[in-house]
Design a protein. Structure first.
Length: 503
């Protein structure tokens, strides 16, 4: 039977491994896939419109439609990750398929020949803005073991709450420590390290606050596996209008749904002077929540060729719930023979909020009649404005200061083109996104290329797109203790097939 304890407000900040800068980045970044045509052209649709996924860039885009439209797209996601940890190379891959976009738009043309308001469009669209599914493997040897993790957390914690009281069970004690002000997540980690026999108090006294390691190694073998699943989806309700021959205005309400699951499995072993030891440490996080944002935009035809666009995406306000559990096992001799804490049955529940930064986008495109087009989008988002909430919480306040000092402005560039040969359209695109970190070290810049083809049947169209993005990331196993990261090279290759029907 699973047991739970809930933390709201003050205690929400305690779980440093769950509510921190990584969560802010995860839900602030939109790795939008969109329709096949949208992907093939690198998503450069801010001044073009005419595609349901373009509403995520500029909500005025639906007013470009001349008739009703329905669109659906499915994507095969392929993730390939190369890992380098202290000179040991590993590789992992993951494949999955999803219907990542479906939506429709209705166009109502004015029946008044004297009105400058030419038409009104209403659109509904569903897009997966982030697919989290992934599997990562990193392994190698290090001179920094998991004992350092537990020592860092135990430093300053009194010994008395780390011991079982009377007939208290291990899981109940773990949850009680998490609910104790001043202990929380920090106390829980010290408790696990002590109960698993990995660390010991300097003095066997209740008021002892210093500890030493029971590990005896020069190097340890480490194996870190991460399994992730979930998505961040956006459901858009859009309205747009055309004024005269050259101006389009639009607004959207966006409703997000988040599902995220992550299981980290860490195994460590060493053999030194005839002594062999192992530790298995699992951490499971499940996040669910919803979010809301709005966007405004406009498109103008400068002349028969040039179009310009501008849009504003408000911050997204998320309300999230984390279910977090841990499991640990070891063969250290000081571990109690009855110790059993490896079934992930004791769950900490945390309710909190995240506000992601707003974003502005400027766009320009050249449309060469029915022959083709070129388009360029530039976006800017100041990641230092992201926040964990409530901001009145002292723990979140400290983390928000760290976020504002670590993160900076993110510039993104999308370039796309299309060339038409009768019923066939050839497309290509390029995408660049700057690292959200001010230093650019932990997460590198993202670069992507794409291409595709479409065939117009008259009232319908079939599109195929292939896109590839690459980004380097530093992976830390834990937030303290093991300070040498693995270097990950992430390559995502997506193949998307889309169908569009005009009515």
């Amino acid at each position: 039977m699973r047991k739970y304890i809930t933390f709201i407000g003050l205690f929400a900040c305690a779980i440093a491994s769950a509510q921190n800068i990584n969560d802010v980045l995860r839900y602030s970044t939109e790795n939008l896939q969109g329709s096949a045509r949208f992907q093939a052209m690198g998503g450069a649709f801010g001044s073009l419109g005419g595609d349901l996924s373009a509403l995520n860039i500029n909500p005025a885009g639906s007013a470009v439609f001349n008739n009703g439209i329905f669109s659906i797209s499915g994507t095969n996601y392929n993730r390939n990750t190369d890992s380098d940890y202290n000179g040991t190379l590993s590789n992992s891959t993951n494949n999955n398929f999803d219907i990542n976009q479906v939506g429709g738009a209705f166009v109502f043309k004015s029946t008044n020949p004297d009105s400058k308001w030419r038409k009104l469009s209403l659109a509904l669209n569903y897009d997966v803005v982030q697919n989290f599914d992934d599997r990562l493997l990193t392994k190698g040897s290090s001179n920094e073991g998991i004992d350092n993790y537990f020592l860092d957390y135990a430093d300053g914690i009194r010994l008395e709450p780390l011991k079982l009281q009377g007939n208290e069970r291990i899981g109940d004690a773990y949850l009680d420590i998490g609910a104790t002000n001043g202990l929380g997540y920090k106390g829980q980690q010290a408790f696990l390290g002590f109960q698993a026999g990995i660390i010991e108090p300097t003095l066997d006294e209740e008021d002892n606050t210093s500890y030493f390691s029971n590990a005896n190694y020069n190097n340890v073998n480490q194996d870190f596996r991460q399994n992730i699943s979930g998505y961040n989806s956006k459901f858009t309700i859009n309205g747009a209008t055309q004024y005269g021959d050259n101006f389009y205005f639009g607004a959207s309400l966006n409703f997000h749904t988040i599902r995220y699951e992550r299981l980290n499995r860490f195994d460590e072993s060493y053999s030194n002077e005839g002594e062999s030891r192992f530790v298995a440490f699992d951490n499971f996080l499940e996040t669910e929540g919803t979010g809301f944002s709005l966007s405004l935009g406009a498109i103008a035809k400068v002349n028969d060729v040039i179009r310009v666009g501008a849009s504003y995406q408000s911050p997204t306000w998320y309300r999230l719930t984390d279910n977090f559990s841990q499991g640990i096992d070891s063969d250290y001799p000081n571990k109690d023979s009855d110790f059993n804490f490896f079934d992930l049955n004791y769950v900490n529940i945390f309710d909190y909020q995240i506000k992601t930064p707003g974003k502005v986008t400027g766009s320009i495109s050249a449309v060469f009649g029915k022959s083709g087009l070129l388009s360029l989008d530039y976006g800017y988002q100041d990641m230092s404005n992201a926040e964990l909430r409530p901001t009145s919480d002292s723990g979140f306040a400290d983390e928000n200061i760290f976020i504002s000092e670590s993160l900076g402005g993110v510039s993104s560039i999308r370039v796309g083109g299309e060339y038409r040969i009768q019923r066939v359209s050839l497309r290509a695109g390029y995408r660049y996104e700057q690292s959200p970190y001010e230093s650019g070290n932990i997460v590198g810049d993202l670069n992507g290329i794409s291409g595709g083809v479409g065939y117009n049947f008259g009232r319908s169209r079939l599109d195929l797109a292939v896109s590839r993005t690459e980004q380097d990331v530093l992976q830390y196993f834990f937030d303290t203790g093991i300070n040498t990261p693995a270097l990950l090279n992430n390559v995502n290759t997506n193949v998307t097939l889309g169908y569009t029907l005009n009515f």
